[in-house]
Design a protein around this ligand. Structure first.
Ligand code: COS
Length: 390
């Protein structure tokens, strides 16, 4: 099954995006990765995505990237197309971007040349460590601390729900450098996975398997040269990174929803019932119509957010904030995808809940997207604040 491409004719996209999509739509169905072991599968996906050049879209050209800047529309197309085929492939791709995004935005030249080139080739796996047990949506409430110790920092505390935890070669970690200053007392650090005092051995299991772990920092020593961005500038850096990748989460949700619709259409056309096919029933046609409209509504918000960011970068190098538009895209695309997949599952009847079918897997795969990188309720808050500010 090939991912649809008609939407690429929309004016949001340039030839570079159409070319990327055309190549990727042909590449993705050729990849057959055994995903029974999620950790091994992610390592294999990163290897393939790196070898065939797709990870180059996670970093700017200066450091081995495919395009001059991180391009939101390219990220959306990549995630949408990969998620259509394999949510784990999408995840592996996305984490290379999210895990290195803060280095692209704020890294020193030596940090950028050490990490970004390796991320682009797939020789290093990246991770983003923000969440804590008591600081998920309220990211500013984190308690992991970083205290200066001579020419280094000592990190103590615990991060959780860390994607690629235990697989990554390095983590972008956000920690309190001033416990009293709230969001203005957080600094980012690059922590190599083999640092003494870092334990990533506790793995977490979730309903749609992907590699997650708890990171425990116990007097973990991080050299000054690995401070990422400005002292106390970590919260803004995390938010700016999320601004880029939230629109791409919307892209992933879109890919899963498009796959569910394709599966539903194929099923409805061949399933015989009461002397006709399922597709002959008006009830089915109405349902498919609703699914298609939910997908297009999500797609337009997603492409708008990505286009606005790319256009703002081109015209004013990141001075334009697209936080609310990215939040609208993430919220709408993930919520709509959940509804579309649920409708597709219902249409499949018993086969929809049979373990091992594509629809059953999608039903589990989509769920966490409504939670990670800012739950739907956080997106509502962000949008609401923006509306009030006018
Ligand atoms: N870009 C740049 N700066 C930003 C920003 C953004 N997108 N979002 C917030 N900031 C700045 C604000 O301008 C403010 O700056 P000043 O201190 O100079 O005024 C500062 O950051 C604090 O912002 P705010 O007051 O809005 O922070 P809150 O603590 O109220 O938190 C939310 C805001 C809820 C939006 C934030 O905590 C959030 O996004 N939470 C979800 C975290 C998340 O996605 N976790 C998942 C991790 S990855 S799986």
């Amino acid at each position: 099954m090939q991912a649809p491409t008609t939407h690429l004719a929309l004016p949001f996209f340039d030839d570079v995006h159409r070319d990327l999509a055309q190549r990727l739509v042909a590449w993705a169905p050729e990849q057959h990765v055994d995903e029974h072991d999620d950790r091994a599968a992610c390592v294999e996906w990163v290897r393939r995505l790196g070898a065939d050049g797709w990870l180059r879209y996670c970093v700017p050209a200066e450091h081995g990237g495919a395009l001059d800047r991180l391009d939101s529309r390219a990220l959306v197309i990549l995630r949408e197309t990969l998620a259509f085929h394999s949510p784990l492939a999408d995840f592996s791709f996305a984490m290379q971007g999210l895990g290195s995004g803060a280095i692209t935005l704020a890294g020193t030249p030596p940090q950028q040349s050490t990490y970004l080139t390796a991320v682009a080739s797939g020789s290093m796996i990246a991770a983003f460590a923000l969440s804590e047990a008591d600081a998920g949506s309220d990211a500013g409430a984190m308690t992991t601390s970083a205290v200066r110790d001579g020419n280094a920092w000592l990190l103590n505390g615990e991060k959780t729900w860390i994607s690629n935890g235990g697989l990554a070669h390095f983590y972008c970690v956000f920690a309190k450098t001033d416990a009293q200053a709230g969001t203005r007392g957080i600094t980012a650090f690059i922590v190599d996975a083999d640092s003494a005092g870092l334990d990533a051995s506790e793995h977490l299991q979730v309903m749609s398997p992907h590699p997650l772990a708890v990171l425990k920092f116990n007097n973990c020593r991080v050299p000054q040269s690995e401070q990422l961005g400005a002292l106390h500038g970590g919260f803004k850096l995390a938010m700016q990174t999320l601004d880029i990748f939230r629109a791409s989460v919307a892209g992933a949700a879109l890919g899963m929803a498009r796959r569910a619709l394709e599966e539903a259409v194929a099923h409805a056309k061949q399933r015989k019932m009461f002397g006709q096919t399922l597709a002959d029933f008006q009830l089915t046609q109405a349902r498919l119509g609703e699914m298609a409209a939910l997908i297009d509504a999500a797609a337009l918000l997603t492409y708008r957010a990505a286009w606005l960011r790319d256009d703002g970068e081109r015209r004013s190098s990141g001075k334009v904030r697209v936080t609310a538009e990215a939040a609208m895209a993430k919220m709408t695309a993930t919520e709509n995808a959940q509804r579309v997949i649920d409708m597709a599952l219902q249409m499949h009847g018993g086969m929809g809940v049979k373990v091992g079918t594509k629809i059953e897997a999608l039903y589990r795969d989509i769920r966490s997207l409504r939670i990670y990188e800012g739950a739907t309720e956080v997106q509502q808050l962000i949008i609401g604040k923006a509306v009030l500010q006018g």
